[in-house]
Ligand binder design. Structure first.
Ligand code: SF4
Ligand code: SF4
Length: 636
């Protein structure tokens, strides 16, 4: 190591100033996060967090979902990780002339390290050149949008390019030219570090912690929601402003790369509604910055995000699924909806009858609760009460749901599934009039009070009968009872009917007709968001169809499985009018019909209604079936 020089003293001063300013900015940003609501659920389940960190953060799993931008971004990210070591060596060498890692590691290791510095430097330079070229010459749709900071990426990409060029130039030159490039590189590095806190590229430092701290409570379980005690007196329901949101939702604002992947898959946005999940996240950050500067004159709700945007959301989770840095756009939407409904009684007027009916009759529609079990007339299906009266307990409870109990089309699925259960000799019962709405639509529409009332009543009923296993044909009931009722002490083994039927068939318990001349049928399967993206059930409905129809030709829509497009009914949208843009179910039905299939299969009564309505309105002869109907149609 050489002795100190005027240059090294000057560089030390520059480094101290740069890191000092950076730490000031870190403190400023941490202070901004502290304006958010307390959330202590972010340090549990550490193995899962590290797994997410590795898969999504380090190995860039979600980034690779885009075949072009994926490899490009991964090269820059991994290059940055490798080059950070070289940057540390350079800074230490600037402070203490002649410093190198070489004496501290075996020679081959240092040679490998040097080779990687050059290799990754070249890859990063190639990737940013391609990214710049793509940005300038092609208007990639998802990167556009008036809410974005359009010039920032160009500046950042050019900056990274300049970092690489000066790095290579300083390696390849000597004397004063080397010094010039070395200083240019060092100043660009330190300048970059300090520009980040003012740029959308803050994600460079925030995205890894954001992935680590993301929701681990289950794929679609609403996270970071303040548990609401029905008896308590909460001042602000949900969130009206950024100070009511969890600090993690605020961190999401810092982590957003403005890549637009979320908006590019949002069914509301794609069909011309105002909702834009990227804008929601950017708005959180903008409002937080204003709040931190003392501007209390505005609120996130209304001044930044309007009611119209919030009520357009189908809660399909496509945005959450797609975000490469694990941002939860949906939790912000739901917190704001809760404030609208519980805090201010503001919601679309057509929702009122559903709320009233759920409260008074335990179902969103004004049917007599006594008629809930009417579909089972003549089918010899016992209720839990009848079995309990005989001191018996069934193997499983068939949870029918409101659609399955009252909707004429869905009742056909209900009967079909009951016939399969009987054919397989499953010992099951229903709750009949003791069953109530699972409350999912109420919760997603922001009416947490109503939701908790229904959930607690249902849990009380299930506990009274000592229920252990529940099967249901409704993905919303499946999700609620299985994933969200545990928040209130209801813990059950809940199985969706597609999975249950598949396991019965695999066990040889479902007797099917041996139709030797069965014609080839071409089906396409529409994934329900609450079954697929919320619960990762993709193969069971497909396998059930294949087992039921040996001559099946199953064709996939371009958007299927975890990229499936919502039918438009979730999040309470079933009960709201769709006045703006194209109907979401029309968009989805067109995609299904374009496959040329002669039938569409679904595994959700809400999807059934949306798909069947849209197909019918096109005078199409394509049939829509629930998977249970397909199996029941082949029963021996
Ligand atoms: S949950 Fe679905 S509808 Fe709602 S913002 Fe996200 S992508 Fe759009
Ligand atoms: S929220 Fe995620 S997917 Fe959407 S723009 Fe930001 S980083 Fe991209």
């Amino acid at each position: 190591m050489g002795s100190w020089s005027a240059s090294s003293v000057l560089f030390t001063i520059v480094v101290v100033a740069a890191f000092g300013f950076f730490s000031y900015n870190v403190q400023r940003l941490v202070g901004e996060l502290q304006l958010g609501r307390h959330d202590d659920s972010r340090w549990n389940d550490l193995p899962r967090r590290f797994w997410n960190f590795l898969q999504i953060g380090i190995f860039q799993k979600k980034i690779f979902r885009d075949g072009v931008a994926g490899p490009m971004h991964a090269a820059i990210f991994w290059g940055f990780c490798v080059l950070t070591l070289g940057t540390i060596e350079m800074i230490l060498g600037g402070i203490a002339p002649g410093f190198s890692f070489a004496p501290y590691v075996p020679a081959p290791v240092y040679a490998f390290y040097e080779m990687n510095q050059n290799l990754w430097g070249a890859l990063v330079l190639a990737a940013v050149s391609f990214a710049l070229f793509r940005r300038i010459t092609k208007r990639v749709k998802r990167l556009q949008g008036k809410e974005t900071h359009a010039d920032d990426p160009l500046l950042i990409l050019s900056w990274i390019g300049a970092l690489m060029i000066t790095m290579f130039a300083s390696h390849a030159t000597t004397g004063i030219v080397h010094d010039l490039f070395w200083w240019s590189h060092a100043l660009l590095v330190l300048g970059f570090l300090n520009y980040l806190p003012y740029s959308k590229h803050l994600h460079v430092v925030v995205s890894l912690p954001n992935v680590f701290l993301s929701n681990t409570s289950g794929p679609g379980v609403i996270g970071a929601m303040r548990p609401m005690d029905l008896e308590s007196d909460i001042a602000v329901f949900g969130a009206k402003d950024v100070t009511d949101l969890s600090w993690k939702s605020l961190l999401d604002g810092f982590a957003c790369t403005e890549c637009g992947r979320c908006t590019s898959v949002c069914p509301a946005n794609l069909t011309g509604k105002l909702l834009n999940p990227r804008k929601i996240v950017i708005n959180v950050r903008e409002r937080l910055e204003a709040e931190a500067k003392g501007d209390h004159s505005k609120t996130l709700l209304d001044d930044f995000i309007t009611e119209e945007e919030l009520w357009s959301c189908t809660t399909c989770r496509a945005c959450v699924q797609e975000c490469p840095v694990s941002i939860d756009q949906l939790s912000v939407i739901l917190e704001l909806r809760r404030n609208l409904v519980l805090g201010e009684s503001r919601f679309p007027e057509e929702v009122m009858p559903a709320f009233e009916s759920m409260e008074q009759r335990g179902s969103p529609w004004a049917f007599d609760p006594g008629d809930r079990g009417k579909w089972a007339a003549g089918l010899d299906i016992p209720t839990m009460a009848e079995m309990a009266g005989r001191n018996q307990r069934p193997e499983v409870l068939y949870w029918v749901g409101c659609m399955g109990s009252f909707d004429d089309r869905a009742k056909k699925t209900t009967v079909a599934f009951a016939k399969i259960l009987k054919a397989a000799n499953v010992n099951f019962a229903i709750l009949g009039q003791e069953e109530k709405c699972n409350g999912d639509a109420a919760r997603r529409m922001g009416n947490e009070y109503l939701y908790q009332m229904l959930a607690k009543e249902n849990i009380e009923t299930l506990e009274r009968y000592g229920v252990k296993t529940v099967v249901t044909a409704c993905p919303h009931c499946f999700h609620q009872i299985g994933n969200e009722y545990p928040q209130f002490g209801g813990n059950y083994d809940v199985v969706h009917h597609s999975t249950y039927i598949e396991s019965l068939m695999a066990a040889g318990r479902v007797p099917l007709r041996d139709d030797l001349h069965e014609p080839v049928r071409t089906f396409t399967y529409h994934d329900s968001c609450y079954l697929g993206r919320y619960n990762d059930v993709y193969s069971a409905p497909r396998e059930t169809l294949k087992r039921a129809l040996p001559m099946l030709n199953l064709v996939e829509m371009p958007r299927s499985k975890d990229r499936g497009l919502c039918c438009g009914a979730g999040g309470g949208r079933m009960f709201m009018e769709e006045k703006v843009g194209k109907r979401i179910n029309a968009e989805r039905a067109e995609e299904a019909l374009a496959t040329g299939a002669d039938a569409i299969a679904v595994a959700c009564p809400f999807c059934m209604t949306m798909m069947a309505d849209s197909v019918k309105s096109r005078d199409s002869h394509v049939d829509v079936y629930d998977v249970a109907e397909v199996v029941a149609g082949r029963l021996a």
